[in-house]
Design a binder for this molecule. Structure first.
Ligand code: ZN
Ligand code: ZN
Ligand code: FE
Length: 750
């Protein structure tokens, strides 16, 4: 440390653009009496500073320690500055530098919900932005959804078409103002405007609100895509939305004006309250109090609630003062719509009107979904507010790569070095429109992050559109087995590089033996795996047809176990039973599967909880909702198969289940307890054999809170260290990140 005058060039890496970082540096420099400049350069922030040695030292330290709340400083590199700014020359924000070819990786900031200061202005009649639906500041507002190119400057966003008025320009240029260099800054005089048919502004908003009050459906242009909005307290309105959207049963998300309103409809603990009101504002799956319109979440005990994310949502909720259904503007499972033309074409038959505006949406970001399991928030869907914030890889990839994910709840991951950018949830990759959405988002993020993949990573399944897309890229390709990718996603986010016992329970994924897996216990690290145990294998009569109709799977389990269930079979159409029986016995179009998810389906059908899946996982979700109280496990046993794998034989479980006259709630609880006991025993046997005492749980079945908390609790009691996904979903939304982690570890090993 010295008081001698000197100069230094500081380069700050991480999420440092679009988060109020340059204003922060400016204020810091003024406080310390440092001269020079700060600017965005590519994806980094570069500071050229002259001043007293100790002042420069303090500045370098505080760049990370005192960074603004939304910033994430990954590192600060220092070099000498040949030309030191003159003493007393002042400090200023300089023009951004467009990146050169060899710029390093660049982080794109996610969108942030409206901050409390902006909400206060929104409802302050004396403020010039009173009731202005597009107000924002350096702490909040759109980012990822409006950026065209980095560096992040207004000229390279969708705000380019709105020249600042004199008053906004003054705020933007004033270092003392909280809108200093807030790139999307806007006001009623110069910014975007609402539109409803030929109306604009307050008249447009009032018309949309009148439609909602009358029980109609409004298509609303949100932050990362169109949303469908209706009155959640009006049963007929909700039923109409379901009918028109062809979404008979899947729970609908509900937006409420504040935490007090949230507590009217669901149980909200302190941690959940913090998540609900945080800057990402996800939909939180909460325990419902059961008092909303019955069609909101039929047969499911949880309710998805979220708080207003934009000023427009705040205005609607405050004006209407009732809970609103706010759901993605699309057909179920498809990608959310972002273009005005497409929205009108695709949502015209659903919505009674369009509340739109003239700020384009550059990229799709659906609402994120989170759920508290075993005391932690776990993302169920990672999109708005979280993506594309980079995650890290425990083993850095020596080669830039693209991991294309699986099929359902699709995401992709771009990785370079130790950074993994997981793209936002797109939907189920089952049609051309969703594939186009994936490709558009992927190409855009490649350009923004400047990651140019040299290797493409895909699932083993040759029929996934993601695999076909990977093949079409003409890059060196690497296949990663589905359940290995699930376990790797959990290993990677918890930075575990040693081998573990990996429990992967999900719907279906192609195994390396050509059968469909889904109830797997693996011995795995990031590079490789071997199968240790599995659920019993049964034929899946009709493949996808059985996934849609759990009754078929139930018949197959009964046949396989040599069980008769007269009361179950007696309530079915005898022709269906005959057809399915023939398919199973002759092995026609009945691929074998060891899926845990399918066993949950079968039990739901056997207990009369659900015969058909109208959305992925419905039978399992309703089976969990039906369970009540603590109950002992049903009978079960583990038997070795010919290959030496330990197999959960489900025959004793199903035999006891169908013979019992206990209530459905008790039997569901007993079934959950059985799967937990089986899982813990499989892990214990794996530990005896291998000495491994760490367990990673992943796969969509672990969205089941009852099962997951039972397994985690019992494993901990037996001395295991346990991990479960948090920042990426345990469902197939986490597959691309797991694929990237495996590929990076393999490439690093050479
Ligand atoms: Zn704000
Ligand atoms: Zn203005
Ligand atoms: Fe899966």
């Amino acid at each position: 440390m010295s008081a001698d005058r000197g100069g230094v060039r500081l380069e700050v890496h991480g999420t440092v653009q679009g988060v109020g970082y340059r204003p922060f540096v400016y204020r810091l420099a003024r406080t310390l009496g440092v001269d020079g400049t700060v600017r965005n350069d590519g994806g980094t922030v570069v500071i050229e500073a002259g001043g007293a040695g100790d002042a420069l030292e303090a500045m370098a330290l505080r760049l990370a320690a005192d960074a603004p709340p939304r910033a994430r400083v990954a590192g600060v590199s220092r070099s000498a500055l040949p030309c030191v700014p003159a003493p007393g020359s002042g400090f200023r924000v300089a023009d951004s530098v467009v990146p050169s070819e060899d710029a390093g990786s660049r982080d794109v900031p996610p969108d942030f919900a409206t901050c409390p200061s902006c909400v206060a202005e929104l409802f302050d009649p004396a403020d010039r932005r009173f009731r202005y639906p597009f107000l924002n500041c350096t702490d909040c507002g759109p980012r990822a959804t409006i950026i065209d190119e980095l560096p992040y400057d207004r000229a390279r966003t969708a705000m380019r078409r709105f020249p600042l008025c004199a008053r906004c320009a003054r705020e933007y240029a004033d270092p003392a103002d909280r809108r200093f260099h807030a790139e999307p800054v806007a006001c009623p005089a110069c910014g975007p405007r609402l539109r409803w048919g030929g109306l604009s502004g307050e008249a447009a908003l009032a018309s949309a609100e009148a439609v909602i009050v009358a029980g109609g459906i409004v298509a609303l242009k949100g932050l990362g895509g169109y949303q469908l909005v209706s009155d959640a307290s009006n049963e007929r309105a909700v039923a109409r939305l379901r009918r028109r959207k062809h979404r008979p049963a899947k729970p609908l998300a509900v937006m409420v004006r504040d935490l007090a309103a949230a507590r009217l409809w669901a149980e909200v603990d302190e941690a959940e309250a913090a998540t609900l009101s945080g800057p990402a504002r996800p939909i939180a799956l909460l325990r419902s109090r059961g008092v909303l319109a019955p069609s909101v979440h039929p047969a499911v005990s949880e309710l998805g609630l979220f708080l207003p994310t934009t000023p427009l949502h705040h205005l609607l909720l405050r004006d209407l003062d009732r809970p609103l259904i706010v759901t993605s503007g699309n057909a179920s499972g498809e990608a959310i719509l972002i273009s005005d033309e497409e929205a009108i074409a695709r949502l015209g038959g659903i919505a009674d009107g369009f509340l739109a505006h003239d700020r384009p949406i550059r990229s799709r970001y659906d609402d994120s979904v989170t759920r508290r399991v075993a005391g932690r928030d776990r993302l169920v869907r990672r999109a708005r507010g979280y993506a594309p914030d980079p995650l890290s890889l425990p083993v850095p990839s020596p080669t830039p790569l693209l991991a294309v994910g699986a099929q359902l709840k699709h995401t992709f991951t771009l990785a370079t070095g130790s950074s993994a950018v997981v793209g936002p949830h797109t939907g189920d990759l089952e049609d051309a429109a969703t594939l186009d959405a994936f490709r558009a988002t992927c190409e855009r993020l490649q350009r923004l992050t400047d990651v140019r993949p040299e290797v493409v990573v895909h699932d083993l399944h040759p029929g996934y559109l993601s695999t076909e897309h990977a093949r079409s890229l003409r890059l060196p390709a690497m296949a990663v087995q589905h359940h290995h990718a699930h376990i790797a996603s959990c290993l990677a986010e918890h930075r575990v590089t040693r081998p573990v016992v990996g429990v992967a329970y999900d719907g279906l994924g192609l195994g390396d033996d050509g059968t469909l897996w889904g109830g797997e216990v693996l011995i795995a690290d990031l590079v490789s795996y071997r199968r240790f145990g599995r659920f019993a294998t049964v034929p899946l009569p009709g493949g996808a047809a059985a996934v849609r109709r759990p009754v078929r799977t139930a018949i197959s389990y009964l046949l396989n176990a040599g069980l008769d269930a007269p009361s179950f079979l007696g309530r079915l159409d005898p022709r269906e039973v005959a057809v399915v029986t023939r398919m199973v016995e002759r092995g026609v179009n009945s691929p074998p599967t060891s899926s845990a998810g399918r066993l949950f389906d079968a039990v739901a059908a056997l207990l009369g909880v659900r015969d058909d899946n109208e959305y992925e996982g419905q039978a399992a979700v309703e089976l969990e909702s039906a369970a009540s109280g603590a109950a002992p496990p049903l009978a079960w046993r583990l038997v070795p198969d010919a290959a030496g794998l330990l197999v959960y034989d489900v025959a004793p479980t199903l035999a006891e289940l169908i013979a019992s006259d206990e209530p459905v709630g008790v039997l569901s609880a007993r079934f959950h307890a059985t799967v937990a006991a089986v899982t813990v025993e499989l892990c214990s046997r794996a530990r005896e054999r291998t000495g491994l005492a760490t367990v990673c749980l992943s796969g969509g079945v672990f969205a089941n809170r009852r099962l997951t908390e039972a397994v985690l609790g019992q494993l901990s009691a037996r001395g295991f260290a346990t991990y479960l996904n948090e920042r990426v979903p345990c469902n197939d939304g986490g597959i691309s990140y797991g694929q990237a982690a495996v590929a990076a570890a393999r490439l690093a090993r050479g």
